[in-house]
Design a protein. Structure first.
Length: 339
């Protein structure tokens, strides 16, 4: 039977509406840098056009606090790009859905939860770096630091900016590393001495390097990716990798327990652990979850992975609350205001 044109058009409209409504909206919490998200999302959604990512992005500390606050009423379906220590804390709180993604056997042992069915799986790793503005250092007659201990020298008074560990994963990996490198007593003594030279604590891990690049402070304690990118972009930055060893952190993906979009969240976990995703990660990081995919970054040392400390992620996750409380009591007076 020949249908009238208005009926056909309305039927087509209903069909398109039904198709659009069939898309799964996957709410993903992340602490990824904003300039990384677009490429990762495009690749995933090309592979899974019926799944659309809705990002909730902030610094590591803020995303971690948000997830913990939502423990009994989770809003996220998945996490893509958050510190392994944060995810370890959530695993202890039974907030993550164990899942072995496709290709798990390719993932390096130190880049994943050790359980056979892991609660989180790593993507890449980022490491401590000191960003030094060469123009400002010369202008202010500041020597080039080569070690963590150098940063306590009196000539650097008020010249250094670093991230607050309560709000920044980069800040926490630094504090955790110093306590592991030097021991608790000497670690806190080191931070007391460093604090005298700190001009400000920021709530972002990348901001200290950005501030150094802009000449706001001559020295910023940040991380390798941001230092390498700013250098590649032409900023007057030299990245220093302290001789005592580098704190580092795994950036990882996980599924939030109780998600109503489990199938889509598992597809995200599969993609994050894939070679295709690691090919994307290597544009930003020198240390990857699938090591053989990694290539040298001309702005980072070729032996970066050998400079990383032996990081006890379980200890860091278990002691995170205590460490942050102590740090806040001692040093928070120099933190920038929160937005």
């Amino acid at each position: 039977m020949l249908r009238p044109l208005p009926f056909v058009l309305s039927a087509l409209a209903a069909a398109f509406a039904g198709s659009a409504s069939a898309d799964t909206i996957l709410t993903v919490y992340t602490a990824l840098e904003a300039d990384q998200i677009k490429a990762y999302q495009a690749a995933f959604e090309k592979q899974h056009p019926d799944i659309k990512i809705q990002w909730v992005r902030d610094s590591t500390g803020i995303i971690t606090a948000k997830l913990l606050a939502e423990k009994n009423n989770p809003k996220a379906d998945a996490i893509w790009g958050l510190a392994g220590t944060s995810l370890g804390l959530m695993a202890k709180e039974d907030m993550l859905q164990p899942y072995a993604p496709k290709g798990l056997a390719q993932i390096a042992d130190n880049m994943r939860d050790s359980a056979a069915e892991p609660t989180w799986v790593g993507m890449d790793a980022f490491a401590s770096a000191i960003c030094v503005n060469t123009i400002e250092a010369e202008k202010q007659k500041l020597p080039m630091p080569t070690s963590w201990q150098d940063l306590t020298r009196p000539e650097y008074a008020g010249k250094i900016v670093m991230p607050n560990p309560a709000s920044s994963g980069t800040g926490f990996l630094d504090v955790s590393a110093w306590l592991q490198l030097f021991g608790e007593e000497k670690g806190w003594a080191y931070m007391d001495a460093l604090h005298r030279n700190i001009g400000s604590y920021t709530h972002s891990g990348s901001k200290p390097c950005n501030m150094a690049a802009a000449g706001e402070f001559p020295i910023g304690i940040s991380f390798d990716y941001r230092a390498a990118k700013l250098t590649a972009d032409g900023a007057p930055i030299v990245a220093v990798f302290p001789s005592e060893g580098l704190g580092w952190e795994v950036e990882a993906a996980a599924i939030v327990k109780g998600t109503k979009n489990l199938d889509a969240a598992q597809k995200l976990a599969d993609f994050s652990a894939s070679r295709e995703a690691n090919e994307l990660y290597k544009a930003n990081f020198a240390v990857l979850a699938i090591p053989e995919v990694a290539t040298a970054n001309p702005h980072l040392p070729a032996d970066l992975s050998q400079r990383l400390i032996k990081n006890d992620f379980v200890w860091a996750a278990s002691n995170r609350e205590r460490i942050i409380a102590e740090w806040t009591q001692r040093y928070d007076g120099k933190s920038e205001p929160k937005k």
